[in-house]
Every structure is written in structure tokens, then in C-alpha cells.
Write a protein that binds this ligand. Structure first.
Ligand code: NDP
Length: 271
């Protein structure tokens, strides 16, 4: 049986094993998929051990996406553009291949929900691996403007510098943000500590509010944002399934039907 897994810290909350098992069931594949906790010090060793034991592929989640990029020997286009990796596999020559499927996952989920980015002013909160991963995809959609805001401003400035070849990015402090953006995307992990980023709450007025985080019921972020009059609120379940489907395709050459799986997860989250 082919072995896959997801490496992160914390990792207990991960729904990736469930999603990949549902994909495998849908397609009649036999796979195992486990959660693997690591630390930054042990990260390279964790990956090498998994592949040495015959593992076929790994998803990488917070906070290791940038470390996974550095560890990869070769890259797909999205990983190269974003310098972050969420999908690792052994390439045929025995080297580690890294790709990022987060950007595509976000675009697909927005489109599934009839949200179109062309000509929109986008605010991206956060500057970790997930924020990096989605910038090339946002750019590809001809957005009108992109503002990045992060608790640690230096990391947002680094993003601006790293993507300068691609597009102009505004970097602003949370309290200096404008009173409205067409789409606000939360790519911070603040939900994990039941906190909201320290920003001007008027950014949400009339906006599409998208939280990459996901939970049963509302996320902490959405619960807070809803007080400030957003037009639509979405959380990251759809993105999670769509990015997972792209990973599955990289590993196994078949793309699962995501609609069925998203509906199934949505039903569970409502109960
Ligand atoms: P990283 O650890 O790489 O980055 C975390 C980011 O969150 C940093 O910018 C950090 O700021 C910021 N942050 C953390 N705590 C706070 C806080 N209390 N207030 C404000 N900012 C904070 O994580 P990732 O980028 O990999 O993931 C970010 C989130 O996106 C996670 O919740 C993850 O689950 C979600 N995600 C969801 C996906 C999906 O498919 N739905 C796919 C990918 C990610 P600083 O630089 O100051 O530390």
C-alpha cells in the first residue's frame, strides 16, 4: 500500500488524512495517510526518514512550507514562484520534488463560490508559507491591487521584495489599512491562539471575507469579522479539499471529484 502523510506542528487538527482517504475511497485506490509532527530542528530528518522507508508523498503544513522549499531538489512552477512548498514527492531520479498547490486550491474554491478576482483590491493578512503560496495565483487573475499586512512587518517587506519581479505589493501596518477592500483573505494562523490580527476592522465593510482557516462552526476570525459588515464570509474547507486534490493528482495522476467531498465535509461541519 502506498504511504503518504502530512507534516506540521501542531498537526492534531489536520483533516488531510480524512480527505485523502475519501479521495482514495472514491477512486478505489489503496493508500495510507498519516499525521506526522515535527520541529524545525528535526524537519529534514523527518522528511528523509519518511522517504527512506518507502513513503511516496508528503503534504507540508504550518510552519514548514518555506523549509520544505529549501529542502526540495527540484520544483514545480508554483513552488518556484512562491518559494513555498506544500507537496513533496520523490521524483524518478530519487530526488525530492516540491510543488505548491495552495494557490490553485484558493482560486478553485473562490470560483466554486462565484467569487472572481479580476479587477479587485485584495488585502492579504499574514506573511507565512500560505500567504506566499497564493500570491502568484492572485497575480495571475489580474487583480487591481494587492496589500499585504503582517504582525511582523519585516516579513511582509521581505514578501514585497521577493515578488517585486511579479507585481507591486503595498505593505501596510494593521491600523493604517484602508476602510474597504473588495476581498480580505486571512492567511494568518491567529485562529490557533483564539486571536484576531490587530487591524482596522473597517477593512471588512462590504467585502468578501475569506478565512483560510477552518473549523466546525465559525472560525475565531470570521466570528470577529462578521461584526464589521462583510458581504460574504467563507472559511477554508473548500480550499483545503481543492489543494489536497491537486496533491493527489501530482502523486497518483488522477484528480478526484472534489464537489462530492466538499459537500460531505460541509454537511459534517453544520451538524
Ligand atoms: P505560518 O506559520 O507559515 O505563518 C503564520 C502567519 O500567521 C505569520 O504571518 C504570522 O505572523 C501570523 N500570525 C500568527 N499568529 C498571529 C496572531 N496572533 N496575530 C497576527 N498574526 C499572526 O503558517 P501558514 O502560512 O502555513 O498557515 C497560515 C494559516 O493558513 C493556518 O491557519 C493554516 O491552517 C491556513 N492554511 C489553510 C489552507 C487551506 O487549504 N484551507 C492551506 C494553507 C494554510 P508573524 O510573521 O508575525 O509570526
Amino acid at each position: 500500500m502506498d504511504a503518504y502523510g502530512v507534516v506540521g506542528n501542531p498537526i492534531n487538527h489536520s483533516k488531510s488524512p480524512k480527505i485523502h482517504h475519501l479521495f482514495a475511497e472514491q477512486l478505489g485506490h489503496q493508500i495510507s495517510y498519516s499525521k506526522i509532527e515535527s520541529s524545525l530542528e528535526d524537519f529534514t530528518q523527518t522528511i528523509e526518514l519518511f522517504f527512506t522507508k518507502g513513503g511516496k508523498g508528503l503534504n507540508i503544513t504550518l510552519p514548514f512550507k518555506e523549509a520544505a522549499f529549501k529542502l526540495s531538489d527540484s520544483y514545480g512552477q508554483s513552488a518556484e514562484n512562491s518559494q513555498a512548498v506544500n507537496t513533496l514527492s520523490f521524483s524518478e531520479d530519487g530526488r525530492i520534488y516540491g510543488e505548491s498547490t495552495d494557490g490553485l486550491g484558493l482560486l478553485k474554491d473562490l470560483e466554486n463560490n462565484d467569487i472572481y478576482l479580476e479587477g479587485k483590491e485584495v488585502l492579504l493578512l499574514g506573511s507565512g508559507g500560505a500567504a506566499r503560496s497564493v500570491i502568484p495565483s492572485l497575480h495571475q487573475k489580474d487583480i487591481a491591487g494587492l496589500t499585504v499586512c503582517n504582525r511582523t512587518k519585516e516579513k511582509a517587506i521581505k514578501i514585497k521584495e521577493d515578488f517585486i519581479h511579479l507585481r507591486e505589493i503595498n505593505v501596510l501596518d494593521g491600523l493604517s489599512l484602508k476602510n474597504h477592500y473588495d476581498i480580505v483573505i486571512n492567511a494568518t494562523s491567529a485562529n490557533l491562539s483564539n486571536e484576531a490580527p490587530e487591524i482596522n476592522p473597517n477593512v471588512f465593510d462590504g467585502s468578501v471575507c475569506y478565512d483560510m482557516g477552518y473549523t466546525y462552526g465559525d472560525t475565531f476570525f470570521l466570528n470577529w469579522a462578521k461584526k464589521f459588515n462583510p458581504s460574504i464570509c467563507l472559511q477554508g474547507w473548500g480550499m483545503l479539499v481543492e489543494q489536497a486534490a491537486e496533491s493527489f493528482y501530482i502523486w497518483r495522476g488522477v484528480r478526484p471529484d472534489t464537489e462530492e467531498i466538499i459537500l460531505r465535509l460541509q454537511k459534517e461541519t453544520e451538524n
